[in-house]
Design a protein. Structure first.
Length: 201
């Protein structure tokens, strides 16, 4: 199993493209990492496309989620289908919009019979309506999902009809700048620092 330190060191470089796939090594789970919003196109077609959609998209049930996040996740999973078919055990992670994709991908993979051991997000906005919250819990994913956030993260705290999914993991921040507090590198820095303080004092 990955230690926190190894996980952070491995995944930080993965957020430079929309999705990055890490095959399992030494008995660990495969990792799928989703990047956050990267350009104006992402904002228009993913972030602002807020009408609810059913998720997982092939289900006949009623879970509803943010439509733009669902569209992006479906596109990226289809692009990664050969990788997903190859392995059975996954860790999913993502920042901001990518965190939403990680949560939706976890639900999708679970519905396909895959094992999702952990979902880790940073500065993830609200993702689903109550119907999806209930569905996600029945999938036994809620307690495996860790949403790291800071008090000053502007994206995490945006007013939103969609709810946060999984356990909320508060990180102490050391600046009042709401933009800086959403930056992925700042999240990694805070996570390291919070872990250091917790284990030292």
């Amino acid at each position: 199993m990955y230690t926190l330190a190894k996980f952070l060191a491995k995944t930080l470089v993965l957020y430079t493209s929309e999705i990055t796939l890490f095959p399992p090594d030494k008995g660990n789970s495969a990792i799928i990492a989703f990047a956050g919003t990267q350009n104006a196109k992402d904002v228009i077609f993913d972030d602002l496309s807020i009408l609810p959609q059913r998720w997982p998209y092939f289900t006949t049930e009623v879970p509803r989620v943010h439509g733009g996040f669902a569209k992006r996740t479906r596109k990226l999973l289809e692009r990664s289908s050969s990788f997903i078919d190859k392995y059975d055990n996954y860790i999913l992670t993502g920042h901001s919009l990518g965190g939403s994709c990680a949560i939706l991908a976890a639900s999708e993979l679970k519905s396909r019979g895959k094992n999702v051991s952990t979902v880790i997000t940073f500065g993830c906005p609200g993702v689903g309506l109550n119907s999806f919250i209930e569905y996600y819990i029945t999938q036994d994913l809620w307690d495996k999902t860790y949403n790291y956030y800071t008090y000053n993260d502007i994206i995490f705290h945006l007013p939103n009809v969609y709810k946060h999914v999984g356990k909320l993991m508060y990180l102490e921040s050391f600046t009042d700048n709401s933009i800086e507090n959403h930056d992925l590198y700042i999240y990694y820095h805070y996570l390291w620092l919070n872990e250091y303080i917790k284990n030292t004092y």
